[in-house]
Design a protein around this ligand. Structure first.
Ligand SMILES: NC(=O)c1ccc[n+]([C@@H]2O[C@H](COP(=O)([O-])OP(=O)(O)OC[C@H]3O[C@@H](n4cnc5c(N)ncnc54)[C@H](OP(=O)(O)O)[C@@H]3O)[C@@H](O)[C@H]2O)c1
Length: 280
């Protein structure tokens, strides 16, 4: 059985289709707030899951920057609460981390062997979560995802915003001086489903393949949707934000490649499938 925290979010929206047939226990902030150590411990102890998939997080990077206590409480200590409960219950923990642990400055995509150096509080709190999991547990998978794609109606991230802009604006501005690796939430869960059968515990990067800017993603969305609205590349200074962003958060799934465990598809293919399933 897989016990899930934060199941009402973007990634959680694909759980039932990817793990159909398997037993899932889904919780979110209204049923299990991961910042409550006693409830987390009792709930996991009671359910005795084989795996705990810890999705719960404050994912609003700018809110994390403005409310550091909230960011560390949710993303670092919330993770500690789940890890301690897994330790006691003998459950394997799957912790979703982020490419945001990297600080930029590398010209090649980051691998699992590169040293994190987060550019903002969100990245720092998620990295603290990683360190806690590694310190407390022997049996864990830490899976770093890139720029998340998915969620359909719940899509409050870049892709969702751009899709809506194509219906509303005469011209779309998109940043072209920051790079990353998109990750379709459904593909992430498919990869995790395969990874957790291996017993190869440890840290993994799991993003779709390829490197791009937000501008590239916006252009691709226009192409997939057959829209004529022009997309203009702009520097990130056009959109000043509270949290600094690394110039590159691009990742390579180096350990999955070396082990031959799972191959992720190119981000353009994943984006196309996502938009077709959502909008057609
Ligand atoms: N989104 C991305 O771009 C991205 C990229 C890389 C990695 N990740 C990681 O992937 C995982 C899944 O994120 P996602 O993309 O599915 O984001 P999401 O849509 O924001 O989902 C996170 C879920 O956690 C819930 N949550 C927040 N605080 C909680 C708490 N104290 N207790 C229990 N639940 C809580 C949220 O509820 P509310 O909506 O009510 O706050 C939301 O339902 C996270 O660990 C995230 O750090 C995300």
């Amino acid at each position: 059985m897989i016990f899930v925290t934060g199941a009402n979010g973007m990634v959680g929206s694909y759980l039932e289709e990817v793990f159909s047939g398997g037993k899932l226990v889904l919780t979110d902030i209204d049923t299990l707030d991961v910042t409550d150590p006693v409830k987390v411990r009792n709930e996991i102890k009671k359910r005795k899951p084989e795996f705990v998939l810890h999705l719960a997080a404050e994912t609003d990077v700018d809110r994390c920057e403005k409310e550091a206590d909230h960011a560390y409480l949710t993303n670092a200590l919330g993770t500690q609460n789940v890890a301690l409960a897994c330790q006691e219950a003998g459950a394997v923990m799957i912790y979703i981390s982020t490419a945001g642990v990297f600080g930029g400055g590398k010209s090649e995509p980051y691998t699992e062997f590169d040293q994190p150096d987060p550019a903002n509080i969100y990245g720092r709190a998620k990295w603290e979560g990683e360190k806690i999991v590694r310190f407390l547990l022997d049996r864990y998978y830490i899976v770093r995802a890139g720029w998340m794609i998915g969620g359909r109606e719940k899509d409050k991230k870049f892709v969702g915003k751009i899709v809506r802009q194509f219906g509303e604006k005469d011209k779309i501005l998109a940043v072209n001086d920051k790079t990353g690796t998109p990750t379709y939430a459904r593909d992430l869960l498919e990869g995790i489903k395969k990874l957790i059968t291996t017993g190869y515990f440890g840290l993994y990067h799991m993003a779709n393949t390829g490197v791009c800017s937000r501008y590239d993603v916006a252009v691709e969305i226009g192409k997939i949707l057959g829209k004529k609205t022009p997309v203009e590349p702009v520097p990130s200074s056009v959109f000043p934000l509270p949290a600094p962003r690394a110039d590159s958060e691009a990742m390579r799934n180096y350990k999955l490649e070396l082990l031959g465990v799972h191959k992720m598809r190119p981000w353009q293919e994943a984006l196309s499938e996502y938009l077709k399933n959502w909008l057609q």
